[in-house]
Design a protein around this ligand. Sequence first.
Ligand code: NA7
Length: 550
Amino acid sequence: MPDVTNPRPVISGQYDVVIVGAGFAGLYQLHRLRLLGMTAKVIEAGSGVGGTWYWNRYPGARCDVESMQYSYAFSEELQQEWQWPELFSAQPDILKYANHVADKLDLRRDILFDTRVTETRFDETSNRWSVRTNHGDTFSAGFMVMATGCLSTARVPDFKGLGSFKGSTYHTGAWPHEGVDFSGLRVGVIGTGSSAIQAIPVIAEQAADLTVFQRTPNFSIPSRNGPMVGTYERQWKDKYPDLRADARNTRNGILAYPNDFSALSVTPDERRRIYEERWASGGTTFMAAFNDLIFNQEANDTAAEFVRGKIREIVKDPTIAELLAPKDHPIGTKRICVDTRYFETYNRPNVHLIDVRSAPIEEITPTGLRTANAEYEFDAIVFATGFDAMTGALTAIDIHSTDRSTLKQKWEDGPRTYLGLMCAHFPNMFMVTGPGSPSVLSNMHVSIEQDVNWISDCLAYLRGNGTARMEATQQSEDAWVLHGIEVANKTLYPKAASWYMGANIEGKPRVFMPYIGGVNAYREKCAEIAANGYTGFRLTGPSAVAQAAE
Ligand code: NA7
């Protein structure tokens, strides 16, 4: 039975490609397929476009990559005409941009909203996917492109008593569209990741009283956000094609003007001067202060200690400052946060910090929550508890392989892909920014365009060569997984219990999921594989695209 609250007539159809998700990846993929003359249907769970920026409407939500860089590069007209109001745009502006792109390219007519893909099966005779939705729709497609996003499955820990709370509860990743007014309320926020760090200063200004429950403190750098300055915008727009190309050739797809020398190669005074400079300019590019911060523990310690020193300077109560100063992971090995007056917020009399590492949350109660130490009463609880990152949206769908298992079963011990783009035994299924690609370690727009361009070129090649079926070989997948582990182990990243490692979900295997070799190296590898006729993939059969078009 369809599990929908809003039933509608069942739909069916045949397409060259079904795209799952209408975030920035799905929108661009649809555009590229249209340019190739292929038929495509996008299936989207939300009522609108924008993906992450459709769902994450919590107060203070904004991108931690500068907007001049966190935007599409594929259209010179688009990048020239669009004006970002702030350096780091807020969620409503980014969503406005996604809607503008959808309107400008007339994308909506091929998007099915309010619909979730629930099950997909590959028919080995026709070499086509059958795609089912929660409304009972069935679609047939030669290819599937999973543009499902890396942080799209919001997750609330399995707290005892969840649901018993009489007040209001919210998750940052599924925020009510009408907004929430916390004025005069006693609010509890659980979590201190990026979302909480952005939301807490804003909620604190509204709420009568705000209590933050912190398990692990995070490193955060001030964003120095402000209104977009005309001359700065002009500098970008005048040289956009060159600057975009430069960004694609960096490790993480962000122009950060890194210093190409070790933190240990300069005197302590010089090191401090460089950190001060980066702290003053703000943002994630702090980590580009030296070239060995993610490789060398001793170098990393200097950056971590600098930031801990800043926290101690900002937060007036030394006990709270010490609680907020991260000591359990190297800086940058959990997603570094970017904030606007986060640490300053703890100087407010209406804000309290509770350490739930030493006294964990034991139960959500009808009136609030109870930790091992005390009971707290609230009118509202905000779960800023993150996502089933990178794999959650894919394993939530029953994607059946050709060897009678599902993707969820295949990935029981951690995700396995070739280039993050395809998996063995899942023919004709592409992933945009899948696990095993740089994805969340990069400027997502850069990685999305890279993957969508590669997939689109590949589909054109398959059509041109009369190929109906493409699949990663087991051998190439195994080799890529091994390479991913080797590259990760050369860095400090595996030292952190992060969502990159699946460590935020109890029972999720601890595997470093994104590819940390750099977007530049990854791009070259993908291009080389394509240029050599898609090495590591098995290509067979008469053209599925041609068949669908007949
Ligand atoms: P994150 O970064 O996964 O943060 C989730 C937070 O919730 C983090 O502080 C967790 O602590 C905390 N958490 C999770 N479970 C619990 C329990 N059971 N008790 C107490 N605290 C808990 O998600 P965000 O939404 O903030 O950010 C995700 C990404 O979105 C971000 O990195 C950017 O790329 C954008 P923990 O650290 O696990 O101890």
